[in-house]
Structure formats: C-alpha cells, structure tokens
Design a protein around this ligand. Structure first.
Ligand SMILES: Nc1nc2c(ncn2[C@@H]2O[C@H](COP(=O)(O)OP(=O)(O)OP(=O)(O)O)[C@@H](O)[C@H]2O)c(=O)[nH]1
Ligand SMILES: [Mg+2]
Length: 304
C-alpha cells in the first residue's frame, strides 16, 4: 500500500500554458526571460517590440511550464501587421491555463474597458495581476494601481515585481507551479522554444534596428535570416532586412555604409553570444512596397 502511494506521487506531473498579456512596453518579454532564466524574447525601450507569440519552455522533472509572450494590445491598429499582432494577443486568451496580466504605470486606468471585459470572461482559469517596474514606483502609487485593478477584476493572485531586477519573480514562479494543471509534457524536456534559431537571429537584428533608427523606420522593417551555415571555425549567417520605401533603404545603409556597419557589428556580437560561436554576418537591404499592409507578404514573413 505504501509503495503504491509513493509510486502514485512520483508520477504526478504538471504542465500548462502560462500566457503573458498586457499593453506594449510594460515588460512582458523581460518578465518571460526572467522566469525562464534565458535571454529569449527581444527587449527594447520602444513599444511594439514583440510582434508574434513566442513560447518559452521551462521544464523540470515533475513539471513543464510553457510561457507565452505576446505583442502588446494596440488600441487602434492602423495597418494589417498591427491587426495580426492584436490577433496574437487575442489568441493568448484561448489556450491559457493561467493568464498573467502585466502592467506598469503607463496610462493606468485609461481605456482599459476592453481588456477588463475580456479578462472577466475567463474567470474559470487562474488570473494573475502583475504590477511590474516597482523599482521605479513609489509605494503609494503601487497601492493605487493595485487597488484600482483589483476593484475591477477578482484576480487569483496579485504580485508586485521588478522583472528587470528579478525582484518577486521567484515568488511568482512558485505561485504558478501551484496552479499548474496535472498533465504530461507538451514538448521534449530539452526544448526551449517553439521558434527556431534563425527566428531569434532575425529578432536580434530587428531589436538593434529598433534601437539604432528612429521614427517609423524600425516599425517598417522586418528581418529574415536566409542562410545559417555551421562551419568548422565559423557560423555563416545571411540576413535580409525588408523596408517599405527606397528612402528607408538609404537610411538603413547610411552615409558610406556607416549605419549598416554599426548595425552589423552590434548584431553579430549579440548573435555570437546567443550561439556561443564565432559568426560571419552578411546583411542585405531590400524594399517591399507597403509589406505591412499586404496579407500575402505578412504570411510569407510567417505572420499566421
Ligand atoms: N525600470 C524597469 N524597467 C523595466 C522593467 N521591466 C522591463 N523594463 C523595461 O521596459 C522596457 C520594455 O520592456 P519589454 O520587456 O520589451 O516590454 P514588452 O511588454 O515586452 O513590450 P512589447 O513587446 O513592445 O509589447 C524595456 O526598456 C525594459 O528594460 C522593470 O522591472 N523595471
Ligand atoms: Mg515584448
């Protein structure tokens, strides 16, 4: 009898989707990376950095947590790409075992009706409220934000964290484990994401475009890694940067190729860290007229 109970306990395995949602720039990707202990989703100080759903998988002997990072909610999408981004956000509700709503101090309490309505519909699953960036928020303001949100929705858990400084993230992870449903692993235990190395290489370059260039240009750019060849001493990578207009191509390249050289160097250094290998990186810039408006082009870029 005793042996039977022990065997039974040993076999208990938990797994589930923990879907992180919230407005742009609140720190969703920073939080997912902190929970995973890996630099996976790209982070910049600009809103709308994440454009798709990216799964980050954390496995232990008795559990598998599949975190889902998603684009921030765009209140008034103005082109097709933004509509796709909002569709990724909406799909995050549908397969969640735990919903994690993240916010910071930005535009708090304004135009939140839609998300509140949607969250209320998902009252059968655990819903977490996460106030992020507490490292720069005075206590009084923290309480004000939490009081307002908890008066709107009956959250299962309320956490104050700093994803950047990894404060409160271990406690959050422990709470998640208590709400994880019983079930088998969805992915092999050594798999870290549903996305390929090529995808993350494209993302690293795109994040540097977001940081180095200004105004609309980063938002009009997409990066595709078209070649990835591991050789004995070096990994050869070719990536194509797509922009919407010829003038934007000129800006990406810069005077005498200065700008693209800087982009190439910064990207290569980060890709070398990511792959733990020496890299030879070639960048090409191409123009694809109004690709953000074009369903077929978006599909080709993998926005499904
Ligand atoms: N001070 C502070 N800054 C943070 C914290 N977490 C994230 N940030 C910063 O907030 C900015 C946005 O972080 P992201 O993780 O890219 O935010 P996101 O919600 O994924 O943004 P989108 O992908 O654009 O929707 C970056 O500059 C981060 O460094 C935090 O706990 N404290
Ligand atoms: Mg993000």
């Amino acid at each position: 009898m005793r042996i039977f109970i022990l065997t039974d306990l040993e076999e208990k395995h938990q797994s589930g989707f923990v879907n992180i949602i919230g407005r742009p720039n609140v720190g969703k990707s920073t939080l997912m990376n902190a929970l995973l202990g890996e630099k996976m989703s790209v982070i910049t100080n600009k809103p709308q950095t994440t454009r798709r759903r990216i799964l980050g998988i954390l496995s232990g002997e008795q559990f598998q947590i599949i975190f889902s990072d998603s684009p921030g909610i765009i209140q008034e999408p103005s082109y097709q790409l933004q509509k796709k981004m909002n569709a990724y956000y909406r799909s995050s509700f549908e397969d969640a075992d735990i919903l994690v709503y993240v916010t910071d101090d930005q535009e708090a309490f304004a135009n939140e009706d839609q998300v509140i309505e949607k969250m209320k519909k998902y009252d059968k699953i655990p819903r977490y409220f996460i106030l992020n960036k507490i490292d720069k928020l005075p206590d009084r303001r923290q309480n004000e934000i939490i009081d307002w949100w908890t008066s709107q929705i009956d959250f299962t858990e309320v956490c104050k964290i700093s994803a950047l400084e990894k404060k409160g993230t271990d406690v959050l992870l422990d709470k998640i484990k208590t709400h994880l449903p019983e079930g088998p692993a969805y992915f092999p235990k050594d798999q870290l994401s549903d996305m390929s190395e090529r995808f993350f290489i494209g993302e690293i370059i795109r994040a540097h475009i977001l940081e180095l260039y200004h105004q609309e240009l980063p938002y009009s750019s997409e990066v595709v890694c078209t070649e990835f060849k591991v050789e004995e001493k070096i990994t050869r990578i070719r990536a194509e940067i797509y922009v919407e207009r010829r003038s934007q191509k000129g800006i990406i390249i810069g005077k005498g190729g200065q700008a693209i050289k800087e982009l190439g160097t910064l990207s290569r250094l980060e890709i070398e860290k990511f792959l733990d290998a020496k890299v030879f990186l070639e960048l090409y810039v191409k123009v694809k007229d109004k690709w953000r408006q074009n369903d077929l082009e978006l599909k080709r870029f993998g926005y499904h």
